[in-house]
Write a protein that binds this ligand. Sequence first.
Ligand SMILES: *Cc1c(COP(=O)(O)O)cnc(C)c1O
Length: 399
Amino acid sequence: MIDREHAASLDASDPLRAYRDRFLLDNEVVYLDGNSLGPLALSTEERLHDVIRREWGGRLIRAWDEGWLELPVVIGDQVGALVGAAPGQVVVGDSTTVCLYKLVWAALALRPGRRQIVTDVDNFPTDRYVIEGVAAARGLEVVWLHGDPVDGPGVAEVSEAVGEQTALVALSHVSYRSAAIADMAEINRVSHNAGALVLWDLCHTVGAVPAELDRDGADLAVGCTYKYLNGGPGAPAFMYARRGLLPALRQPVWGWLGRRDPFEMAPGYEPAEGVTALLSGTAPVLALTAVAEGVRLVGEAGLEAVRAKGIALTELAIALVDELSELGFTVASPRDPAGRGAHLAVAHADARAICARLLERGVIVDYRRPDVIRLGLSPLVTRFVDVWDAVAEMRERAA
Ligand SMILES: *Cc1c(COP(=O)(O)O)cnc(C)c1O
């Protein structure tokens, strides 16, 4: 049996332990949902207050020319540094869903004549729906991968599914359910061999797991900023497009701020140079401010340290859940830490009822149909004793 002392000793030697106190967190609550909505950093509140008073309040419209207009690209580069993207390839703007729509549409326009989009039945719902919607509008076919529910779609399945009709392969890098990490480099390679483009969803990657978009040959990517980046509810998502694709890439929402010289207000749309052409309308300045601070904190902590703690937290959770196998709990995430993100899926036949009881006890986790309790272990704020306390409650509430 692993005792609470052991978890406390892991906290005592945790190089990131000081970060928790820089967030507003109720000590009566065990918050294991930072992968759905990251908590509020105190410095984010301060920075927002400053931008509201000094920039919005004080500078008013002049602030657009004093830095606001560039924010989507400037913060895009900062996000890009966390996912292996060199500057000039990332912008922050719309919701993940809208970013997906824009990039799926843009990818298809680069592969005219090809009739199929490959994705995975266990992909996040909004990804599936957007893909189905664009396919329906354009008369294309969705080819569904049926990967292993724990390990996710593998290279072999993708390789078998792609062919001369494949325009786009769209997958999540880290599965929102099982936390399985896809083999990005190999999936890019087999898809490119078939002439297809690849679009990655990095929602459960960014700020928790390193990615190497440039090195691994990704074409396009999206990801959210309100999960591990702690950008706040509804914080805007980001889009990545590989530099080589940018000159020909055309997204479908032709807004003025994606146009060349927007303030000329000229007739007709001409895309801006570079990644700016992925933008559409006015940037959400306050939300971007919170994103910038969230990104800054992860950068300050260091992605390597964040990743190492994510692994250590999930390893502890696995060891604790393994002690509950007689109560019907099983680990439904990959056991190899190299293939697992920063959350853990725990399966139990009574998962729904157990999650409801945990919530009543102040242990905030996610229920995912049909039988998964998802523990989101956010390295900047989750303590090892939080993991211990949550699993102890799971033991109590299963009985
Ligand atoms: C959270 C999440 C989303 C969210 O999409 P929104 O448009 O931000 O609501 C999309 N995809 C994945 C994989 C997610 O985990």
